[in-house]
Design a protein around this ligand. Structure first.
Ligand SMILES: *[C@@H]1O[C@H](CO)[C@@H](O)[C@H](O)[C@H]1NC(C)=O
Ligand SMILES: *[C@@H]1O[C@H](CO)[C@@H](O)[C@H](O)[C@H]1NC(C)=O
Ligand SMILES: *[C@@H]1O[C@H](CO)[C@@H](O)[C@H](O)[C@H]1NC(C)=O
Length: 326
């Protein structure tokens, strides 16, 4: 196209001009603007959690399991650890620098932990930002998913299900292809997920469909995408917010490719890998819609997880590798 105006002969110029000025050529030369930004260098925050596990405490006061980092990295984003001891101004600055946040699983109190306190700061900022058209996805996995239900409802509505170390298929709602999260999943993969136990469950507590449905704040905010039944409880395994890019999975898409303990609960089949990949791809593409960025390159460099080394913890924990922070 750039050669059009400089075409040598008049005849050639006419041909080229005709082509250049046709609506097709114009639309090729000027790709239509996406509704949101298409950030090619997305950076996701992962919230650290205080080390409540005794055998972790000598390594640091907070941690992030490396599988969450690899999960994000595998789909083309970089990771910034969100530590628990920053000032409000520092959290504000981090919020405006990253393109989304992931609340991982773990084992701390939903109401009183530092993990919950900092999650609430980002949740509030995310809702406000999204209301002004400033896209900012929030993702919760396992405890993070349960935490979302607490942040949205203000209550702990969980019930004991003892669903520790189980692989389950997902029971999809009918119109799941109309959801945001599963819209791009191939049909055959959805069918496999519905029939094969490919999702990894490590939770003692769950959000039952009953408590969800009885809570006005939850049912007006989230759409249930999948459920599972364990014992006599039907619980929510996947949900997404109707009006915000807020997503929760009770299961662990990051474990399948990257964690090797607890064999019964972590499927490593080819289908399980595809589930992980499509979920990671979805989340990272949500982050691409955010145009937050670090104000300076050096700040970004200092903030990235690359400044830390994971520790091999596979000999004494269910995580193969963990990042620790003082
Ligand atoms: C948080 O902890 C790190 C590591 O100990 C320290 O470098 C940093 O200054 C602390 N930040 C605040 C705001 O206390
Ligand atoms: C509903 O939530 C309450 C806590 O508010 C909990 O004690 C109860 O077990 C839950 N019931 C079900 C069926 O989930
Ligand atoms: C998971 O693996 C860890 C480390 O091997 C072990 O201590 C723990 O008991 C296992 N959990 C379950 C539920 O199998």
């Amino acid at each position: 196209m750039a050669s059009c105006p400089g075409a040598a002969s008049v005849l050639a110029a006419c041909c080229f001009l005709a082509l250049c000025c046709s609506p097709v050529a114009i639309s090729l030369a000027l790709p239509s603007r996406p509704a949101y930004s298409d950030n090619a260098r997305p950076v996701l925050g992962i919230l650290a959690q205080e080390t409540d596990f005794k055998n972790f405490q000598k390594y640091g006061s907070s941690y992030i399991a490396a599988s969450y980092v690899k999960f994000i990295e595998s789909a083309g984003a970089r990771v910034v650890p969100i530590r628990l001891n920053l000032s409000d101004e520092e959290y504000s600055k981090v919020f405006h620098s990253i393109n989304g946040i992931l609340y991982p699983g773990g084992g701390v109190n939903l109401k009183t932990s530092e993990f919950s306190r900092v999650a609430k700061i980002f949740y509030k900022k995310a809702l406000e930002a999204n209301e002004r058209g400033d896209y900012f996805p929030v993702w919760g996995t396992c405890l993070g998913h349960q935490l979302l239900s607490y942040l949205t409802s203000g209550e702990n509505l969980l019930t004991w299900t003892n669903t520790e170390d189980f692989a389950f298929p997902l029971n999809f709602i009918k119109d799941v292809k109309e959801s945001k999260m599963f819209a791009n999943f191939p049909d055959d993969l959805l069918q496999e997920i519905a029939s094969e136990p490919v999702t990894s469950n490590f939770h003692f507590w769950s959000l039952s469909v009953q408590n969800f449905t009885n809570n006005q704040k939850l049912r007006s905010f989230y759409k249930i995408l999948t459920t599972n039944v364990h014992g006599n409880v039907e619980f929510i395994s996947t949900m997404e917010a109707y009006a915000y890019p807020v997503y929760g999975v009770q299961w662990h898409p990051e474990k399948n490719p990257f964690e090797w303990k607890n064999e019964t609960g972590i499927p490593h089949s080819r289908t399980a890998m595809k589930v992980t990949y499509y979920i990671a791809d979805f989340l990272v593409n949500e982050a691409r819609k955010s145009n937050h960025r670090f104000s300076r390159k050096e700040e970004e460099t200092e903030a990235l997880i690359y400044n830390f080394n994971p520790v091999f913890t596979g000999k004494f924990s269910s995580f193969e590798q963990v990042y620790f922070f003082d």
